[in-house]
Design a protein around this ligand. Structure first.
Ligand SMILES: [Zn+2]
Length: 94
């Protein structure tokens, strides 16, 4: 269940991409549901994985990471719950 805070929360982020993948630079308005967790490196052991808050640009499809410090605790918790329920089931991408 979403709280009013989570429903109303938005953040403005620029699509900058990561690593070798250049983003398109578009400015995007994101809600908590647009943000998900990527693990890095992808094939690492569970305890060695870093969890990165990420969004996918609807314009160019490139992933950009967001520092957790840009996200309020309630949003991080919601994104984390989504991640955990997904890994418990299957590894289907969002
Ligand atoms: Zn983009």
């Amino acid at each position: 269940m979403k709280t009013a805070f989570e429903k109303n929360w938005t953040t403005i982020q620029r699509c900058v991409g990561k690593g070798n993948y250049q983003g398109c630079g578009k400015t995007l308005l994101l809600s908590a549901d647009d943000i998900f967790i990527c693990t890095f490196p992808p094939n690492a052991q569970e305890e060695e994985k870093a969890l990165l808050y990420t969004f996918r640009c609807p314009n160019c499809g490139v992933f950009t990471h967001i520092s957790q410090w840009h996200l309020p605790k309630m949003v991080r918790r919601r994104v984390m719950q989504k991640y955990l329920s997904r890994t418990a089931g299957n590894n289907e991408a969002v």
